[in-house]
Structure formats: structure tokens, C-alpha cells
Design a protein around this ligand. Structure first.
Ligand code: A2P
Length: 350
């Protein structure tokens, strides 16, 4: 059943997983977008209860320190919007408590993304799907978000029949522990000390690991499977074919993607660049003669999705192929920012 409760102009916002890599960025997005909250409630595990987190303020919430509370079923009383980034099992555990409290859950985990009654939303692509949510809205996988944001302006040029994508995913995609492990291993590897991988299946320092999430029967990983099914659902296009390879690389923050596209008709490279330059929250950064192209080291902390190396893919017949390189801060664009943008879409229209 579609959601009928009216969203107040100044909602109470809970951040569930506020001490995590994405949760902290959710706070930054609430601040930077000056989200019109009347209260921001920070929730995490019992381990973090009492921890104070500086907050620059947003809406009616003044600047100061916010105190983390232990997340329990009672935490959602009075909450209007619950931004969740504490892992899929925690989202499943608290879903009913959130909905029973009358709050809308915007969930960054993979728990509900493919459920038929849960919209999977990237506002620039399918904000219209918010109309049918029934209390839970899923935030897509970070790798998928930045790809569909970059592809959206190109969809005006023709139908995208096929996408071949290789990702170069940063350590922070595995949460705060992933970042800590990369930093720790780099120090230890340089000092010639031993270390045991924990957050990743293998050493991440000075390495690339073609394995994100678990392997499935067909030889693809679950991360790759997510890119296939989520892209179809967000684009509302069950026919688009997606062939991904997801790789963890020793970068702290920002995912990069090499993307090859096959359209149903000829596509002009200059037209594609023009469309990208005019894309919503897309920045074209493409001047190879001056060594200008997007790179993760340049774009950590940015809200935009950067596209460069736009060129013809000559392996697709009839001038229907394009190749491009996409970089975005996956903690922001691929997670926290997308969630807060969804929350903005839920606000009453002025
Ligand atoms: P805590 O810091 O108290 O463990 P990340 O993705 O960076 O690893 O962050 C995970 C987030 O989920 C953290 O905020 C973490 O809180 C929170 N979390 C983990 N387990 C629980 C739990 N059982 N109940 C509530 N929050 C949890």
C-alpha cells in the first residue's frame, strides 16, 4: 500500500549507523544541503553510545555536538525520516520498528533493493518511483549510482543496449574498517612487517582484488550482480544488458569506472560530450591533450560525478559504441548524498 502520511516541512531525522563511514558523510550532507530538519538523532551500536560528534547545524538544528544513542526499537519514536547505513542485517532487524513509528526508512544497505514493493532511487534518474513507496526506499549500490548518473544524459541520444563496465573501487567501500586496513597495511608493507588481511580477502596495499562481496554460481560476484539488477530497476529498462567486473583497488576514497556502451543507433562523440556537459550533477572533465581527465585523488569530497576519456568504441559496428571513464566520491554520491537527496524529494513541495 502506498504511503499516505504527510511529511512535515521540518522532519525529525535519524541517522542509523552515524559513526560509520557512510553515516558520518550523511551528517556532512545534511549540513551542506542545510536539510530543514527539526532534530537530527544519531544512532549506532551500544559501543558508541555517549560518543559526541561535532555537527555544523542544519535547518532548525543549531551547530554543536550531537550525542550518539544506542539504536533500539524505541529509537524511532517521533522520527519522520530514518537514514540507515549500518549493514543489511541491522536494516532488516529494525525495518518494522521504523515503519511502525510512522517514519520513512531510506536504506543504504542491500537488504531491500530488489524487493518489488521497495523503490530503488537515484533522484536524477527515477525520482518518479518515490510515488509508490510504502515506508521503505532503497539507496542503490555505490558503483551503480555513479554509473547511472553518468549515463542518464546519454540516454537522450539513443537506447543503451549494452554496458560493459569495469570498476576500480576504493577501500572505503568496505566501510571505516576498509580504510583503516589500507592505511595500516601500507605502513606495515613499507616497513617489511607481517599483516593478516581482515576486511578484504587478500592484501589490499599495493594490490588489486577482482573480488567484491561473495562469488555466485555463475562466476560473477554479488557486487557485479547488483550492478546488473539495480541498473535495470533504476533505469526502468529490463532489456539493458550489463557485463560488470568489480575490482577493489588501493585508493582510499572515490570509485572509478571504465564503461563501454552500445547504443541502438549511431552516436556522435561530440554530441555525447555536449549531453554530458549539460547533465545534472555531471561534470565533463575531458581534455586529454592537457592530461585532464577525472581521477579519484582529485574528487574525494565532491558531490558531482566526473566523466572523461569520452571516445568512440570502434569494436561496435555502425558508430554505435562509446567509451568513457567515470569517477565519483562513492561515500557521498554513491551513498550518503543520494540518501539525503531522496529525503529532500520527500519534503512537501513549496
Ligand atoms: P558502531 O560504530 O557503534 O559499531 P561501517 O560501515 O563504517 O563499518 O559502519 C557501520 C555502522 O553501523 C556504524 O555506525 C556502527 O556503529 C553501526 N552498527 C554496527 N552494528 C550495529 C548494531 N548492532 N546496532 C546499531 N548500529 C550498529
Amino acid at each position: 500500500m502506498a504511503w499516505s502520511k504527510e511529511m512535515p516541512a521540518n522532519p525529525v531525522v535519524a541517522v542509523a549507523g552515524a559513526t560509520g563511514a557512510v553515516g558520518r558523510e550523511m551528517l556532512v550532507c545534511l549540513e551542506k544541503l542545510n536539510f530543514p530538519a527539526s532534530e537530527v538523532r544519531l544512532l549506532a551500536s551500544a559501543r558508541s553510545a555517549g560518543q559526541k560528534i561535532p555537527f555544523a547545524g542544519c535547518g532548525q538544528v543549531p551547530a554543536g555536538e550531537l550525542t550518539v544513542q544506542e539504536m533500539t526499537e524505541e529509537s524511532f519514536q517521533g522520527v519522520d525520516i530514518a537514514l540507515f547505513s549500518a549493514g543489511a542485517s541491522i536494516s532488516k532487524k529494525f525495518r518494522q520498528a521504523v515503519v511502525d513509528a510512522g517514519a520513512v526508512m531510506i536504506d543504504n544497505s542491500s537488504a531491500f533493493r530488489v524487493d518489488d514493493d521497495v523503490p530503488l532511487v537515484v533522484p536524477e534518474v527515477n525520482a518518479h518511483d518515490l510515488a509508490w513507496h510504502s515506508g521503505v526506499i532503497a539507496n542503490p549500490n555505490c558503483t551503480t549510482i555513479q554509473m547511472v548518473v553518468a549515463l542518464e544524459p546519454l540516454r537522450a541520444l539513443g537506447h543503451i543496449d549494452r554496458i560493459v563496465v569495469s570498476s576500480y573501487q576504493s577501500a572505503s567501500g568496505a566501510g571505516a574498517k576498509g580504510m583503516a586496513e589500507l592505511e595500516d597495511q601500507i605502513g606495515k608493507a613499507l616497513a617489511g612487517q607481517d599483516f593478516e588481511p581482515a576486511a578484504f580477502a587478500h592484501q589490499i596495499a599495493f594490490n588489486c582484488i577482482p573480488h567484491i562481496d561473495v562469488f555466485m554460481e555463475d562466476g560473477y560476484t554479488k557486487e557485479e550482480w547488483k550492478m546488473v539488477v539495480e541498473t535495470k530497476k533504476i533505469m526502468g529498462d529490463p532489456l539493458v544488458k550489463v557485463a560488470p567486473t568489480c575490482v577493489r583497488v588501493p585508493v582510499l576514497r572515490c570509485h572509478s569506472e571504465s564503461i563501454n556502451l552500445e547504443f541502438d543507433r549511431p552516436v556522435d562523440v561530440e554530441e555525447a560530450k555536449k549531453a554530458l556537459a549539460n547533465g545534472v550533477h555531471v561534470v565533463l572533465e575531458d581534455d586529454p591533450a592537457s592530461n585532464v581527465y577525472p581521477m579519484p585523488a582529485l574528487h574525494a569530497g565532491s558531490f558531482d560525478t566526473f566523466v572523461g576519456r569520452v571516445r568512440r568504441d570502434p569494436t561496435v559496428s555502425g558508430d554505435r559504441g562509446l567509451a568513457l571513464w567515470v569517477v565519483a566520491d562513492q561515500l557521498l554520491r554513491g551513498a550518503a548524498l543520494n540518501a539525503v537527496m531522496i529525503a529532500q524529494e520527500l519534503l512537501p513541495k513549496a
